[in-house]
Design a protein around this ligand. Structure first.
Ligand code: UGA
Length: 475
């Protein structure tokens, strides 16, 4: 028997509401068309909603309107073209058009780490909410989706109050998203839960209507999507708590990797063995170069900063360790590289001058072109800083990587990167690298030495092909 969670807060009942535009289903807008907003806009059109996507970046909007997805996300191109053709989906840079069109406005702008500390930069949230609110001429619901410090929804509500006449009755709600890049389409169409933070029955009804497409799809596939209706603060916290948990799980297994390295154990077998316990589970237990991306690293920092402000800093002190364990994995790759190349480390780390190193992977994980806070690119830059001639290949991330780390040499293929290399570092587990033939690569490389930064290669196969192999947390 499962024991239900006690319902601490009285939740508003879901009462059917009529969208203020008079349309049968709420018309939805998405402000910000990055990895989050573009995916949501396109998938919501696929669910049958009338959708308008907004961004201040005219280039991005022109591309989207021309049927071109500005990011790499599997499955999204086809959905974009189909829904543009169906006339359900448009993109605009005109905020007054957005205000006119929408019943429910989803705020999907970025909340990066502040330049001056660990907290989140809310300037994009402020700018998008303010300009939208200033243009609203009828009742609407503004829903935050961006990952934010707890308390932001209340602040957004005040902001909206300041910029809209009270008689319009514009309301605010918060509904965090949990999509993972690389699986984003499915995560939006088939989420494992929907969380909404609301204050009124109207907002709850409106948000229910704005998610009905998701519930209906689930019903046709004989699934259920759990709905958690809660208050603003809890809804905001759910998101950062989930990401903090995932980051902790990854750092836990990477801490075990460190111990395995010292004790001569194999963390991949350890992970498999503990993962069979359903209370632990085997997902997000892949030891390696650690977590990166635009979410996990900055979210655990912003969470600590906010907890500190609230006087609960001690509760999250462990997240500082989670961060440090994660960052230590990058240095570990350098140690393994130095070990394989017979380079000694001085106080400034190893000296790789005179060596050529192939780095396979630049993105923070496979199946994306996203290089934000990518461990692979960070390690490539560290290797170059230590004197190595670094040649990078990534199946999708080269264009973005070149912008972030122009000092590196980028190659058009895996073979080009490996040719003449004294050492190969596999730092993102793209299928192309996992399935690469070590015999073929061995003929191209100058030295058969490989660091498997993601424990994604078949070490037996590579060793048999004459490679000296080093994994993470493996003997
Ligand atoms: C993460 C969360 O997984 C999503 O649920 C959340 O919605 C999203 O952040 C967000 O806040 O928007 P994402 O950043 O796309 O999604 O990437 P993840 O799949 O979580 O991977 C993050 C990093 O952890 C990657 O660098 C990956 O290589 C690394 N990782 C993941 C490991 O090192 N080991 C693992 O076992 C799993």
């Amino acid at each position: 028997m499962t024991i239900p969670y006690p319902n601490i807060q009285p939740v508003p009942a879901i009462t059917p509401v009529t969208p203020p535009s008079g349309a049968p289903r709420p018309r939805v807008t998405f402000l910000g068309t990055g990895y989050l907003g573009a995916t949501y806009a396109i998938c919501y059109a696929e669910l049958g909603y009338e959708v308008l996507g907004f961004d201040v970046d005219a280039d991005k909007i022109a591309k989207l309107n021309a049927g071109e997805v500005p990011i790499h996300e599997p499955g999204l191109d086809e959905l974009l073209r189909r829904n543009l053709a169906a006339g359900r989906l448009r993109f605009s840079t005109d905020i007054s058009e957005v205000a006119d069109f929408g019943d429910v406005h989803f705020i999907c702008v970025g909340t990066p780490q502040r330049a001056d500390g660990m907290g989140a930069d809310l300037s994009y949230v402020e700018a998008s909410v303010t300009s939208l609110a200033q243009h609203l001429t009828r009742k609407a619901l503004i829903v935050g989706k961006s990952t934010v410090p707890v308390g932001t929804a209340e602040w957004v509500e005040q902001l909206v109050g300041k910029h809209t006449p009270t008689d319009l009755g514009v309301e605010v709600a918060w509904s965090p998203e949990f999509l993972q890049e690389g699986f984003a389409v499915d995560d939006v169409l088939r989420p494992n839960r929907i969380v909404v933070g609301v204050k009124t029955e109207w907002a709850n009804g409106m948000l229910y209507a704005a998610h009905k497409g998701v519930f209906d799809l689930a019903a046709t596939e004989d699934r259920e999507v759990p709905l958690v209706v809660t208050d603003f603060a809890t809804a905001e916290l759910v998101k950062v708590a989930a990401n903090a948990f995932l980051a902790t799980k990854i750092s836990f297994i990477n801490a075990m990797a460190e111990v395995c390295e010292a004790a001569g154990g194999d963390v991949t077998q350890l992970a498999r063995a503990i993962g069979y316990d359903p209370r632990i589970g085997n997902r997000f237990l892949q030891a390696g170069l650690g977590f990166g991306g635009a979410c996990l690293p900055k979210d655990i920092r912003a969470f600590q900063a906010r907890a500190q402000e609230l006087g609960a800093g001690e509760a999250l002190r462990f997240l500082h360790e989670v961060d440090l364990i994660n960052l230590r994995r990058r240095t570990r790759v350098l140690q393994l590289a130095a070990d394989l190349l017979g380079r000694r480390s001085g106080p400034a780390g190893p000296d790789f001058s005179g060596t050529r190193i192939a780095v396979l992977g630049a993105t923070f994980k496979p199946n994306t072109d996203d290089v934000r806070d990518a461990p692979a690119l960070a390690v490539a830059a560290l290797l170059a800083k230590s004197g190595a001639d670094v040649h990078v290949y990534d199946p999708q991330g080269t264009e973005n990587a070149r912008r972030v780390a122009p000092e590196l040499t980028y190659e058009a293929s895996m073979n080009d990167a490996v040719t003449g290399a004294d050492l190969v570092c596999v730092l993102t587990e793209w299928a192309d690298f996992r399935n690469a033939d070590p015999v073929v690569l061995g003929e191209l490389a100058a030295g058969r030495k490989v660091v498997d930064g993601r424990n994604c290669l078949d070490s037996t196969l590579w060793t048999q092909a004459g490679w000296e192999y080093r994994g993470m947390g493996r003997p």
